[in-house]
Design a protein around this ligand. Structure first.
Ligand code: FES
Length: 282
């Protein structure tokens, strides 16, 4: 019969450990995966162009999730959207000239704050970026000061429960964009981009609705699940959110990759690098 040896202590010294598995593979993958996304999303946000395909004054077209919703629009940029799609109108004169005039900068803080403070990502980047520690039972970076965790330097992580409300709103916004992607100048149709944009809010929804804070909101805050009808409803909520929550890490990655991939797809179609197969014949 196979036996496993429990390792119950952290070794002293960065990376020192008694583990026999490839413990370094996960933090290394996270390091490169998150760095790749941060570099791409920063670059894409700074472009301020090629974020839409087929958006006219009629309804429909593809809109990159990194630019949605369009709060202000700078007219006349390649691959941009017409002014009629702006929530608040033309690009404001008060915008600092040293920051690129990109609609992405007006919205990315909301999903960014949600991701950055997510319980899963905290574990991932604490291990991958700060090695505190890099893995279970693996020696951490030596520290001179007492660890105060999220009551000290990282106290802002507690904003997660509030960032969650914005993330839920974004699911509805991106679902609207997915529906719009099945129209071009008001005419119904289907393109590969429609499918790409449809999968995006589904994956984001599975990530967002599996959030620990969302589970607490929908099914927590009770001392007794079986005492009354409201408790039983809360337990039902808690149970289905728990099903999603068990795959939270997987959904965190799939939804992140899909958001980046969706922006890239829209960008490449808009630039004419690739052609979107669709029923509109455009
Ligand atoms: S815990 Fe990951 S999104 Fe809330």
């Amino acid at each position: 019969m196979a036996t496993a040896t429990a390792i119950s202590r952290h070794a002293n010294g960065l990376g020192v450990n008694e583990r026999t598995d490839n413990w370094w593979a996960a933090p290394l993958s996270v390091l490169f995966g998150l760095l790749a996304f941060i570099v791409y999303s920063t670059w894409a946000a700074m472009q301020g162009n090629h974020y839409s395909v087929g958006m006219s004054d009629g309804f429909g077209g593809y809109l990159s999730p990194m630019y949605s919703p369009l709060v202000y629009i700078l007219e006349g940029v390649d691959g941009g959207a017409p002014l009629s799609h702006a929530l608040l109108g033309a690009w404001p004169a008060w915008w600092p000239s040293f920051i690129p005039a990109s609609p992405a900068f007006l919205i990315l803080a909301f999903p960014g704050a949600f991701r950055f403070t997510c319980y899963y990502y905290r574990k991932a980047y604490y291990r991958a970026f700060t090695a505190t520690p890099p893995g279970c039972a693996v020696g951490a970076l030596p520290r001179k000061t007492k660890y105060v965790g999220e009551t000290g330097l990282f106290v802002f992580q507690n904003l997660h429960r509030y960032a969650m409300y914005f993330a839920v709103v974004f699911i509805f916004i991106l679902s609207y964009d997915a529906i719009m992607s099945f129209f071009r100048d008001g005419q119904f149709g289907v393109g590969l981009g429609s499918i790409v944009l449809l999968i995006n809010p589904i994956l984001l929804g599975m990530y967002t609705f599996g959030c620990h804070s969302f589970r607490h909101l929908m099914g927590g805050r009770r001392d007794c699940f079986s005492c009354d009808v409201r408790g039983k409803v809360a337990h039902g909520n808690w149970s289905w959110i728990t099903n999603l929550n068990q795959n939270h890490q997987l959904m965190a990655w799939l939804s992140l990759i899909w958001v980046g991939g969706t922006d890239l797809y829209v960008r490449l179609v808009s630039m004419g690098v690739i052609t979107d197969p669709n029923t509109w014949g455009v």
